[in-house]
Design a protein around this ligand. Structure first.
Ligand SMILES: [Fe+2]
Length: 273
């Protein structure tokens, strides 16, 4: 049977690539260290497959059709379409149709009803963390695109439940695969709205603190605060999927720092699974 061997989370943001040279040296070096540490932990877990939970930043979907959740079930997906991601070393990225279809079937059986895609473009949300983690070997990637950018979005509680569903589904897959989960996005940021550029460090630190409390407390806090904490902060939903997969326990902060130049409160974490 397959097993869950790790759960990880990292922020992303276009300016982590586009404005990298302008980021102050101490912040650059802390971010690099944190990304590399996550890469080290991920590699140590030796996953055959990595489920990456990220929003789609209008790379595959638009307002005419934006699924709440879409699982990439294809044998391969395309690398990032953004022109400023062209130095990312993978133009196609292998998937794992067997596991992905199994996750989709199990989700349907449990009433979760994701959309499916046989070919996706994996944008910066997925590829910046993979890139910056400096992995020697890229595991097969099963993308799970979760709408965490365009209201209405899946509820925070549902995102947590998705994590539990993923874990159970992984554990019922017949092949002896090692599977890890990487959630990307958050923490606080604000894009294309009047508060653009604002980083809410207090919100971020309280969110981080509550990852070590019973998950109801975290969900209540986020339900109350997220609507006024910047639209980019909604991406913490992806972290809740990883948290749910870990059963709401074992959260370990690798680092957190607000980085004004990339306009994101940058968080890096893993869970003991
Ligand atoms: Fe994003």
């Amino acid at each position: 049977m397959a097993s869950l061997v790790g759960a990880f989370a990292a922020s992303h943001g276009p300016l982590i690539v586009r404005e990298w040279d302008a980021v102050p040296q101490n912040e650059k070096s802390r971010m690099s260290t944190a990304f590399r540490e996550l890469g080290r932990r991920l590699s140590a877990a030796q996953p055959d497959v990595l489920i990456v939970v990220s929003p789609d930043h209008w790379s595959n979907f638009f307002l005419d059709n934006y699924p709440a959740v879409c699982i990439g079930v294809g044998g391969e997906n395309e690398g990032p379409p953004e022109p400023w991601m062209k130095a990312f070393p993978h133009r196609t990225i292998a998937g794992h149709p067997g596991l992905a279809m199994h996750l989709a079937r199990e989700a349907m059986r449990q009433g979760f009803e994701p959309a499916l895609s046989h070919r996706l473009k994996l944008d910066h949300g997925i590829c910046i963390p993979l890139w910056r983690m400096e992995l020697e070997r890229l595991p097969k990637i099963v993308p799970l695109l979760l709408n965490s950018i365009e209201p209405p979005m899946p509820s925070l509680r549902r995102c947590f439940e998705w994590g539990g569903l993923l874990r159970k589904s992984i554990e019922s897959y017949a092949e002896p695969l090692r599977v890890a989960i990487l959630a990307t996005g958050g923490l606080s940021h604000s894009i294309g709205e009047p508060t653009m550029g604002t980083i809410l460090e207090d919100f971020d630190r309280e969110t981080i603190r509550l990852f070590n409390r019973p998950h109801d407390e975290l969900v209540h806090f986020l339900e109350a605060k997220l609507p006024a904490s910047g639209n980019g902060s909604e991406e913490v939903r992806n972290w809740l999927v990883a948290h749910g997969a870990a059963g709401g326990r074992g959260f370990e902060l690798v680092d957190y720092l607000p980085v004004p130049k990339v306009i994101v409160g940058c968080g890096f974490a893993s869970w003991r699974v």
